[in-house]
Design a binder for this molecule. Structure first.
Ligand SMILES: [Fe+2]
Length: 332
């Protein structure tokens, strides 16, 4: 199957690979942060504190409820916490004050002309906010607000958070339209919409990586400005194409190093045979061996399939044999 096996193995390092390694990240390369310091518009975004006026009161209530020690279904934790579908949750997150400050800061960074590495291998217009100096603020937000909620919803993956990869993504009709189906190199993903005005640009969820139904559609989430969605990194998802306007989101990939070590060792043994043909909406042009058996090559995607791995050998659904389009890779 061509390079499928190597793709399969690399997958366990993350469906969407990030540009720098976690341990290197901005700790070793603070150049953009140093250069940007004199351009800062809102210095408070670079401190290790979260202003009360930035956080939606509903999120404060959710965190309080989680800290109170819940022993019930997630949907019963707090009325402000919405279970979109099993394993995907959303909640009001930031106030207009924070969104305004943050967006001004990002606009200032773009205007500075300082080069920025892209957040991952599949996004061309984002910025790693850790690298421009926001790591302390994001860490504080992660520990104070994301973690208390995540450890109730995902006790194993969020038993502790000891690192994060944080970045913004931006989609417009003239830049990146959306993002192919993928999983994240995170244990828990926090994704909050910060604007601006847009239509389309929904977020489609499928199943968990390795599960028989991992390429079956499960939910379509419509972003709302100021609202966050929380899910496991192993959940297959994709950003649907934007129809008009600009969408910008802040994404925090939280990492639990101890859990990841165990998880990586066990995962390859746990991959299950796919239950049947995939739902077309869950197909990944980048990752799926049978993509071209169901859909045409996306416009503007001349490359990117050289590591298609899914489904892994031996785990194919019945009838997959004549669907494997690896041979077509040579002419892409
Ligand atoms: Fe993602």
């Amino acid at each position: 199957m061509g390079q499928g096996l190597s793709g399969f193995l690399s997958y366990f390092g993350g469906g969407v690979s990030q540009a720098p390694s976690l341990d290197e990240d901005d700790k070793d390369i603070p150049e953009a942060s140093r250069r940007y310091k004199t351009f800062r518009k809102h210095p408070e975004l670079f401190d290790s504190r979260i202003l009360d006026s930035w956080v939606a009161p509903e999120l404060v209530e959710i965190v309080q409820a989680c800290k109170a020690g819940f022993n019930c279904e997630p949907r019963e934790i707090c009325p402000h916490l919405r279970e979109e579908v099993a394993g995907v949750y959303s909640f009001p997150c930031f106030t207009k004050e924070f969104i305004s400050c943050f967006n001004e800061e990002i606009a200032s960074f773009y205007a500075s002309g300082i080069p920025a590495r892209r957040p991952n291998s599949m996004n061309n217009y984002g910025v790693i906010v850790n690298e421009i100096g926001m790591r302390p603020m994001i860490t504080e937000f992660q520990q104070k607000y994301i973690w208390p909620v995540a450890k109730v919803l995902f006790p194993k993956q969020a038993s502790q958070f000891d690192d994060h990869h944080s970045f913004i993504v931006r989609y417009t009709a003239s830049e990146d339209l959306g993002l192919d189906m993928h999983t994240d190199d995170s244990d828990v993903t926090f994704n909050v919409c910060l604007g601006h005005e847009f239509t389309g640009a929904t977020l489609t969820f499928c199943g968990y990586m390795g599960a028989p139904d991992h390429r079956k559609a499960s939910h379509v989430y419509a972003h709302e400005v100021g609202r966050a969605v929380l899910h496991l990194g192993s959940r297959r998802h994709g950003a649907d194409d934007i129809a008009s306007g600009t969408r910008m989101n802040l994404i925090v990939w939280s990492h639990n190093k101890a859990w990841r070590r165990v998880h990586r060792l066990r995962l390859s043994d746990d991959y299950e045979k796919e239950e049947g043909p995939p739902d077309p909406v869950c197909l990944s042009y980048t990752h799926d061996r049978d993509y071209l058996a169901y859909k045409k090559k996306p416009v503007g995607r001349a490359a990117g399939r050289n590591r298609a791995w899914c489904p892994p050998p031996g785990m194919e659904y019945e009838g997959f044999g004549d669907k494997d389009d690896d041979k077509d890779d040579a002419i892409l």
